[in-house]
Ligand binder design. Structure first.
Ligand code: FEO
Length: 400
């Protein structure tokens, strides 16, 4: 059975949701599922904008058939070749053998690599600024390399102000019938998943996102149609401000995120002590995460959000505790910058996680490490209270 929605009079959302997939890209948990968005324009020519993941191919094909209502499909625009959007290209070609494919040169290369051999006569390669008319609708193609793959582009419909945004402005989370941003409480129900999607999927490529934001700033946008999550038709300032902050690696909030690595609860107790001192001193925007209990994608997302990070880590095999090391490595891989860190190390005979974490952070861009580093032997004692008090003061002072 089909399930579609109108975006404008002649543009339809024909995507779908996957609530069964546990791990997006086989790595990021998606307890709220994910949507794969695809769009179909009915003009003098019919135009499909991207396909969907293989998991929902059948309902996607039913949606196309319903919207086309007997017409043939003339064009398929491929903005992004990652298989969560491009898996059904071959199915479309089999069912609509006259369809012409519009994509970048790099996307054509990737199509070949993924095994979709599309002959030259059926393919139009486009580049930055190329335009095409489908009847009433004229579109311009805008290169968006590394948002999130090198072949990516976005397509702007100049007639209705629709930006087909590929991976930009997307979110984890399935659509519960509510397609548009003004049909949901985005700031309450979606922002955490949108941030986790952005930071983990596109976060590494901040400068490229900045380039795209500058290009988008010159367009009269009335709809943003991403490949995941809600379609935006108002309140663009809210979304653009978030993207601007995330892609410049600026924190959203002044606050303290405490991430602790604790084997028997002693490092956790020290982290609790510090959190309590911070709150008693007036810094109430404090969150705590057990690095062993929290998937790293959530840690990354929260690290993009907060200005200050306390890393409290036990020493393990004379090294950094492995889940903490994974978190740090992911932070570095995603190019995170501009955060202030405080360090607490623990160890029963050779505590050195603090020194090692310090060295790790020194290898990253624009990270500040507060001077007051705390070293514990097995557990926090009465004697350590003043050191912890100084550490809390130092964190609060650095926020001024
Ligand atoms: Fe949702 Fe980069 O693909």
């Amino acid at each position: 059975m089909y399930c579609v929605r109108n975006i404008t009079e002649d543009l339809y959302w024909i995507g779908g949701n996957d609530r069964r997939l546990a791990l997006f890209e086989n790595i990021h948990p998606i307890p709220r599922g994910v949507s794969y968005n695809s769009y179909l324009l009915l003009d003098k020519k019919t135009v499909l904008f991207d396909t969907v993941d293989w998991s929902i191919c059948r309902s996607f094909l039913e949606n196309i058939k319903h919207v086309l209502n007997g017409r043939t499909l003339d064009y398929m625009v491929i903005n992004h070749m990652e298989p969560d959007h491009a898996a059904c290209i071959e199915e479309i070609i089999l069912r609509y053998p006259d369809v012409k494919v519009i994509c970048t040169e790099k996307a054509a290369m990737l199509m070949h690599q993924f095994g979709f051999d599309i002959d030259d006569g059926r393919q139009t390669q486009v580049k930055e600024g190329d335009m095409m008319s489908f009847g009433k609708h004229k579109v311009v193609f805008v290169a968006a390399p590394m948002v999130h793959w090198p072949e990516a582009m976005v397509t702007y419909d100049t007639t209705d102000g629709v930006l087909f945004a590929a991976d930009a402005f997307g979110s984890f989370g399935a659509l519960d019938g509510k397609l548009f941003n003004d049909e949901v409480n985005f700031d309450r129900d979606w922002i955490d998943d949108a941030r986790r999607y952005y930071t983990n999927i596109v976060g590494k490529y901040g400068p490229h996102v900045q380039t795209l934001l500058k290009k988008a700033g010159g367009l009269d946008i009335k709809y943003i149609c991403p490949l995941h999550g809600p379609v935006w038709r108002n309140d663009f300032g809210y979304l653009l401000e978030k993207y601007d902050k995330w892609s410049r690696y600026e924190p959203e909030e002044k606050g303290v995120m405490i991430v602790y690595a604790s084997m028997y609860g002693n490092t956790e107790a020290a982290a609790n002590d510090l959190a309590t001192r911070l709150v008693k001193k007036g810094m109430t925007n404090v969150v705590m995460y057990d690095v062993s209990q929290t998937h790293v994608s959530y840690l990354i997302s929260e690290t993009f959000k907060y200005s200050h990070v306390v890393l409290a880590s036990v020493t393990y095999n004379l090294n950094i505790y492995p889940p903490m090391l994974t978190y740090l490595a992911d932070m570095k891989a995603l190019n995170l910058q501009k955060r202030t860190f405080a360090l607490i190390e623990n160890g029963s005979w050779a505590p050195q996680s603090g020194k090692l974490i310090h060295e790790f952070l020194d290898g990253m861009k624009e990270m500040t490490i507060l001077d007051k580093e705390v070293s514990l032997n097995s557990a926090m004692k009465e004697d350590d209270q003043s050191v912890f008090d100084d550490l809390a003061d130092s964190i609060i002072e650095s926020m001024k």
